[in-house]
Write a protein that binds this ligand. Structure first.
Ligand SMILES: N[C@@H](CCC(=O)N[C@@H](CS)C(=O)NCC(=O)O)C(=O)O
Length: 198
């Protein structure tokens, strides 16, 4: 299995989730500027969508879109999603919120937004993080056990920290809880991001 990734990008969520699931995987770094992979191949030839994450299964089949990849990992490792008849839907609800309302909200920070655009985006993302903090009643987003959605939220918090956005205290505590996990520390180290666990 192979995961195409960019250092510190949303693909880090998949790396963490794979580690939590105990799934062995090779990791292939992508350079978005040269649009090549670390082995010199054209990344656009790998994924015509032009972005990470891309998971290539042992069968050779490919999954793109973080929600789909994280769901696939949760399917392999059911402990990484909430239990009960609504478990899958709670997971989709959380990952869709993170993807569309938070991840998408960071665009001005990654695509040279104007100071005004960045200020509006910061306010919007902070509001969305505030909602998650309010709704979080246990150690993790969807209850007392870690789910793949937590890996995604964690990456969003690394971006929020990097861009000096306000992080609600409950999510700051969540961040600390995440960096205390061996899987998270190892995943960060594998991308040369140990400083984020300090
Ligand atoms: N809809 C995609 C978006 C993924 C995405 O935004 N990937 C970023 C890194 S976090 C990327 O590779 N951007 C490169 C580009 O858009 O050129 C998903 O949810 O997986």
């Amino acid at each position: 299995m192979k995961l195409y990734y960019v250092t510190g990008a949303c693909s880090l969520a998949d790396r963490i989730a794979l580690a939590e699931a105990g799934i062995a995987c090779d990791f292939i770094r992508v350079d978005l500027h040269t649009r090549t992979t670390q082995d010199g191949a054209s990344f656009d030839a790998v994924n015509a969508k032009g972005y990470v994450p891309v998971l290539v299964l042992d069968s050779g089949e490919m999954i793109t879109e973080n929600i789909a990849i994280l769901s696939w990992i949760a399917e392999q490792s059911p402990g990484l999603r909430p239990e009960g008849p609504l478990g899958w839907f709670r997971l989709l609800e959380a990952t869709a919120y993170i993807s569309t309302e938070i991840h998408g909200g960071f665009k001005p920070f990654f695509h040279s937004g104007s100071p005004d655009e960045k200020a509006r985006a910061a306010a919007e993302v902070s509001k969305r993080l505030g909602y998650l903090a309010e709704s979080m009643t246990s150690d993790f987003l969807l209850g007392p056990n870690l789910s793949v959605a937590d890996a995604y939220l964690f990456v969003m918090l690394t971006w929020a920290r990097r861009n000096e956005l306000q992080i609600p205290p409950r999510l700051e505590a969540f961040y600390q809880r995440m960096i205390s996990r061996e899987t998270v520390r190892t995943a960060l180290a594998q991308e040369g991001l140990e400083a984020l666990a300090a």
